[in-house]
Design a protein around this ligand. Structure first.
Ligand code: ADP
Ligand code: ASP
Ligand code: MG
Length: 405
């Protein structure tokens, strides 16, 4: 018996039949004597469709209204699940983000949770209800509806679990755990029994969308163990927890790929102090997160400055870059949208040489050209052409000995 948070993603609630399956699982957990809080995503594809509708309505939709629109997807699923649970004889109440007391900052489309007043949730639980909460959303101090960024229901679930001090936080999805690489890309990937918060943070930030990165940050900060598992079977999944002695000590434990990147190069930028600041200050003021940066100085006294940003920020970043290029007398702005970042991660890398050499050789053997490289203590990333990304994941997975027998 305990207090359990269960989050179900879009594919697990994609139609009424699937929501009935979720209802049965929730009811089973209740029958085992648990108090249950359910956090839901929108039906698979619904958030994408809402974005398309907004783009049809306007070239640059108002940010506040965009969040009001995107938050509607989750309202449908929480109401349907509650309807089904009630008709099965399990009292259930649905809550939108604001009704559940989830307060965020005002960064529309990428808001951060700043507080959850768990009282409403606790009162409903005490009255014997299953509480069904819309993921991905909250409101700010000015009563504006906000959303937490794509995949944000994971973060809602972990934050709610932390705020009510839940005994378990279960993330139900369409794969039965976290694998050494995306199992839909690499059929030789292996399921991990456990993974540390730090490794999962790297994997999430590098494109393993199975958990939104902020959910892992929350879990690490508040020490919430996450159990990632399938909503379609009873298999034990993967535990995301603090690093411990019996975790597999692999040099490389994961291969990830992120297709959400774009590249911008300012050609022939004068090689003078202060130029980089001039370029990146307006970019950061626009709320654009820059990922990789590389600067090549040429013999003639100027440099090429290349950086990458997410696809959603590309248009804005190019506009700003073109303006600055004129101001600093750069020759031109060159861009690439069809690029991807492949990365290998692993805590064992800290104490091992040769990981970079193995990675570059494996890519070279397939004639895959590396455009940019970046590293951290436990990661190496290479920017390549997008069309090679699946192939790159598979060859790197083999090169580091991760393939299952
Ligand atoms: P949900 O809709 O349940 O939130 P997501 O689509 O956001 O599900 O995340 C699950 C998907 O994450 C899987 O279908 C899988 O393709 C992808 N994925 C990427 N990397 C990994 C990985 N290393 N292990 C498991 N799944 C991964
Ligand atoms: N529905 C939102 C999305 O598609 C949030 C989520 O599913 O986690 O990104
Ligand atoms: Mg997701």
């Amino acid at each position: 018996m305990g207090l359990i948070v269960q989050k179900y993603g879009g594919t697990s609630v994609k139609d009424v039949k699937h929501i009935q399956n979720v209802a049965q699982r929730v009811a089973n957990s209740r029958d085992r004597g648990n108090d249950v809080i359910v956090v839901l995503s929108a039906m698979a594809g619904v958030t994408d469709n809402l974005i398309k509708l907004a783009e049809e309505a306007s070239e640059s939709p108002d940010e506040r209204e965009m969040d009001t629109l995107l938050a509607t997807g989750e309202q449908t699923t929480i109401a349907l699940l509650s309807i089904i649970l009630n008709s099965m004889g399990y009292p259930a109440k649905s809550l939108l983000g604001f009704q559940a007391g989830i307060t965020t900052n005002s960064s529309f489309s990428r808001a951060r949770i700043v507080n959850i007043n768990g009282q409403v949730i606790k009162d409903l639980l005490n009255d014997g209800n299953i509480v069904v909460i819309a993921g991905f959303q909250g409101w700010d101090d000015n009563r504006n509806i906000t959303t937490l960024g794509r995949g944000g229901s994971d973060t809602s679930a972990v934050a709610i679990a932390a705020s009510v001090n839940a005994d378990a936080c279960e993330i139900y999805t369409d794969v039965d755990g976290i694998y050494t690489a995306d199992p839909n890309v690499c059929d030789k990937s292996r399921k991990l029994k456990k993974i540390s918060y730090d490794e999962m943070l790297e994997m999430s930030s590098l494109g393993a969308k199975v958990l939104q990165i902020r959910s892992v940050e929350f879990a690490k900060k508040y020490n919430v163990p996450i159990h990632v598992r399938s909503s379609f079977n009873e298999e034990e999944g993967t535990m995301v927890v603090n690093e411990d002695a019996d975790m597999e000590q692999l040099v490389v434990s994961g291969v990830t790929c992120n297709k959400n990147e774009t590249r911008i190069t300012l050609k022939k930028v004068p090689d003078q102090p202060g130029i980089s600041a001039k370029i990146f200050t307006p970019i950061s003021k626009a709320g654009i997160v820059v990922d990789m940066i590389i600067q090549n100085t040429r013999s003639g006294g100027d440099t090429d400055l290349t950086f990458t940003v997410q696809k959603t920020d590309f248009k804005k970043a190019v506009e700003i870059s073109e303006k600055i290029a004129k101001e600093v007398n750069a020759a031109e702005v060159v861009t690439a949208e069809n690029i991807a970042k492949v990365s290998v991660t692993g805590v064992g890398m800290k104490s091992h040489a040769g990981v970079a050499a193995t990675m570059f050789t494996a890519l070279a053997n397939e004639n895959i050209n590396i455009r940019l490289i970046s590293t951290s203590e436990i990661r190496i990333s290479c920017m390549i052409e997008e069309k090679y990304s699946e192939l790159a994941v598979r060859v790197l997975h083999s090169a580091f000995g991760l393939d299952k027998e």
